[in-house]
Design a protein around this ligand. Sequence first.
Ligand SMILES: Cc1cc2nc3c(=O)[nH]c(=O)nc-3n(C[C@H](O)[C@H](O)[C@H](O)COP(=O)(O)OP(=O)(O)OC[C@H]3O[C@@H](n4cnc5c(N)ncnc54)[C@H](O)[C@@H]3O)c2cc1C
Length: 469
Amino acid sequence: MAQKKNVVVLGGGVAGLAVAYYLLKSGGFSVTVLEREPVTGGVCGSFEHDGFVLDYGAHKMYSVIPGVMDEFRDLMGSGLLEVRKKNRIYLRGRLLDYPLKLGNVLAVLGAKDFLRLGLGYAWSSLKGLLGSPAARSYEDYMQRVFGSAAYALIFRPLADKVWGEPATLHSEMGRTRVPSSNALEVALKLLGLKKETSATNAEYFLYPAAGFRAFPDALAREIVRKRGVIYTNARIAALPLVNGRVSAVKFTVDGQERELPCDTLVSTIPLKSLDRLLGLGRPSPVDKLQPRHVVLVYLVINKPLVLQDQWLFFPEEKYIFSRIFEQKQMLAALGAPERTVICCDFTCDAASPKWTAADTALASRCADDLAAAGFVQRGDITGSVVRRFTDFYPRYDLRYQETLGQVFDRFAGVPDLVLTGRLGMYNYNNADHCLDMGRVVAEGLYAGRPAAEVMATLKERAAGYRIVD
Ligand SMILES: Cc1cc2nc3c(=O)[nH]c(=O)nc-3n(C[C@H](O)[C@H](O)[C@H](O)COP(=O)(O)OP(=O)(O)OC[C@H]3O[C@@H](n4cnc5c(N)ncnc54)[C@H](O)[C@@H]3O)c2cc1C
């Protein structure tokens, strides 16, 4: 029998677990996953607090990639719910439907802004029909899709909060988030003359009845069942290079030093961490990438329910959060009947007071803002818990493709190294894309293709991923 190839996967989020799962499914590999935290799942996990199962922000299972929804269903078996999506934008004290709807826009914005919005759409549609050069910035792209008035009112301030100055963002940032690509199409939908499709709007999505973490848990279970190995609490100590390649991975678990032979190294950990572990020297193009941190502030509220939606977007600057999410809207059984939890999420960079402030200060600010928006009384909030994730939001600046090209070239110098996942590839993506990437990596390695070829396929696919809300 041929010797099995040793694959070591760094990071046990869905991206790492997906690679391990598909490799073990295809056979011929001995696979070990090394996860730093006490549990696998990464940002697709959930945790328990005060009688609630809480996800790390609003997570739904939805995909337009052929085969991915079937894979979700196969993996999860009977533990899946089909949920109708309810989400809106909170603006000027009112709730704006998203995707936008004519009557609702008029009711929320009033006649003057409604007219400005309509004229913006009409002008962008006309320009689109006349043809114009490809949009380079996020600003260009979004103005072309939504017109200048809607951009100024909703999408500019929201992007400013989530990514920082929108004029410095690449058009890919908009294209990834907004699958409709022209104003005429969006205007026709607004007028009710064209329908949203499953490629542009997730009308229904799947959700695991035990909380989102049931998805990475199912992957982990299958990995172990197929005789893969997962180490949690693993500290990667070194990735020593021998003749330029990583032939072994040194790590510690529970204070014990270990070493694994490695034919292929798959990394899903942040590029900055991998760069340091490989000791490739400085300066590194990795330092030019500017991912944003994510903060999730959970407020426990002494009311059975607060929202009518699963999540709401908050573009206005006066609110610290850009989105709020009510876990019990996914499934009431995930929390105590008489109380609820609202998760307030926002992104920031390391120097921002939104990051440096203490958890209690952030919880207090979120509580004030939620009360100011009229969703709760300050006295209804009885507790809080905060979770933080570093470098989780890839920010695409105007030169990010060039920078990322340099980063990939740098790592291509290490043979048999494959990068995948949201952090591993600096790809602004969702869990379904991570699953797809895992399949692509496994198929490539199973076919005996070199890492460079696997990476070429992955880059092509990653460039086409769209987040459908
Ligand atoms: C608020 C919010 C809402 C979202 N909503 C959705 C949604 O509705 N649907 C959806 O599909 N996706 C959603 N996503 C995106 C989804 O969470 C990501 O696409 C997915 O979690 C990325 O998985 P990953 O494995 O690439 O990264 P991660 O989940 O970050 O996993 C990386 C893993 O590597 C580990 N690690 C890091 N450094 C080391 C190290 N040095 N050594 C060992 N291990 C290490 C980490 O602990 C982590 O477990 C959302 C994300 C956020 C923040």
